[in-house]
Design a protein around this ligand. Structure first.
Ligand code: AP5
Length: 218
């Protein structure tokens, strides 16, 4: 099954995509994670992307399409399983490119999940998020605090706040989402692919809704 996860920053796309990928053996592709890795490694892509990311703006389409295209093509030669795209596409140009990439590999899109969340809750989730520098695990100061302040429960690595998770940048990202990405929901709705999922409530409750909406269960 090939799935696109949509929803505003903080809706829980990354958290839920990881759970579904593990449970249903899907390849999880997140341009956000790949870009942060490129920034950490100081690659050319990372240097180009950093200014946009720090400002809460979208990275230019051609960089993102090349990045995701390479991963999807790589997967073609790997195990035959579905893909869960978290944070891609975010513009009409990316959506059209995705259709081409899937077609090339004999796949098609099965569903687009739109996780909804009120803006103020999204801001709370973003500003309270902390990430492990060692293993990338996600925490939240209120909703999922680590056992020891600033230390990852899983690997003992230090926790940090993403540079784009300050309140000001979080609000800009939500505005960019509303302006540039939300219109894609109608694009996919016209193809009958959209499943709306309420992103409120705890992580398990949202996972249950997703499994039902995608009819992934037994
Ligand atoms: P990206 O990393 O994709 O950021 P985003 O879309 O803004 O999404 P987030 O990771 O902030 O939120 P999420 O919905 O995944 O929530 P999460 O599960 O982490 O992109 C970053 C930047 O990269 C972009 O701004 C852009 O510059 C660039 N970029 C990426 N893709 C691009 C593209 N296609 N085109 C152009 N540029 C692109 O959860 C958030 C927090 O809430 C966590 O702390 C989590 O623990 C907590 N939480 C999650 N679920 C729950 C719950 N149910 N209850 C309580 N807490 C919860």
């Amino acid at each position: 099954m090939n799935i696109v996860m949509m929803g505003p920053p903080g809706a829980g796309k990354g958290t839920q995509a990881k759970i579904l990928a593990e449970r249903f053996d899907l390849l999880h592709l997140s341009p956000g994670d790949l870009l942060r890795e490129a920034v950490r490694e100081g690659t050319e892509l990372g240097r180009k992307a950093k200014t946009f990311m720090d400002a809460g703006l979208l990275v230019p389409d051609e960089l993102i399409v090349d990045l995701i295209g390479a991963r999807i093509r790589e997967e073609e030669t790997g195990r035959a399983r579905g893909v869960i795209l978290d944070g891609f596409p975010r513009t009409l140009r990316q959506a059209e490119a995705l259709d081409g990439l899937l077609e090339e590999s004999g796949r098609s899109l099965d569903a687009v999940v739109n996780i909804t969340l009120p803006v103020e809750e999204a801001v709370r989730r973003l500003t309270g998020r902390r990430v492990c520098r060692g293993c990338g695990a996600n925490y939240h100061l209120l909703y999922k605090p680590p056992r020891a302040l600033g230390v990852c429960d899983l690997c003992g690595g230090p926790l940090y706040q993403r540079t784009d998770d300050t309140e000001e940048t979080a609000r800009s990202r939500l505005e960019v989402y509303r302006r540039e990405t939300e219109p894609l929901i109608s694009y996919y709705a016209r193809r009958g692919l959209v499943r709306e999922v309420d992103g409120r409530g705890n992580v398990d409750a949202v996972t249950d809704r997703l499994v039902k909406a995608l009819r992934l269960g037994p």
